[in-house]
Design a binder for this molecule. Structure first.
Ligand SMILES: [Zn+2]
Length: 169
């Protein structure tokens, strides 16, 4: 069975690879619908609060009021220089590629899985009218894709991947 929980966070980002308004620094109120696969044990499966106890601090310390940034974006170096010069720290969620909603979904699906949950799907709402629905199959396919692009040997049965390298600065 599935338990669906909803969360939200606010974050800035840009997509430096696009030649349109998305290359400007801007923000979103990201809405999340996380579909957890659970199994009944007696009368219940998982206490709803057990999800919040892990997911809320994860969102707060990694994403909320932070900035999603591609480590290859020249702006990243500028922000690191700023930190070095002023001692002021920003919450940065560093991606290995563009901070698209697709890449965000892959990172979040991987990290929430590492926290010990089994996800069926993750819905990431980026704007009032646009939501990405990211399924377990999408995640398995992306893991193969990212394993290949980083030169690792991929295994078709493999469902888990290396931790996406994203460090909080
Ligand atoms: Zn955007």
């Amino acid at each position: 069975m599935i338990i669906r929980k909803e969360y939200k966070f606010y974050a800035a980002h840009r997509n430096e690879t696009l030649q349109d308004k998305c290359s400007n620094i801007h923000g979103h109120r990201y809405g999340l619908r996380i579909h957890f696969e659970v199994e009944r044990e007696g009368d219940i499966s998982t206490l709803f609060g057990d999800f919040d106890d892990k997911i809320e601090p994860y969102l707060k310390s990694n994403f909320d009021h932070g900035m999603l940034i591609n480590c290859n974006d020249p702006l990243y170096q500028t922000l690191l220089d700023h930190t070095k010069r002023t001692g002021e720290h920003f919450r940065l969620k560093v991606f290995d590629g563009p901070t698209s909603v697709e890449n965000l979904a892959w990172i979040m699906f991987s990290e929430i899985t590492e926290m010990g949950f089994r996800l069926d799907r993750l819905e990431v709402q980026e704007t009032d009218t646009s939501t990405l629905i990211y399924t377990r199959e999408d995640w398995v396919r992306d893991n193969r894709h990212f394993a290949k692009s980083s030169g690792e040997t991929s295994n078709d049965e493999k469902e888990t991947s290396e931790t996406p390298s994203n460090k909080t600065v």
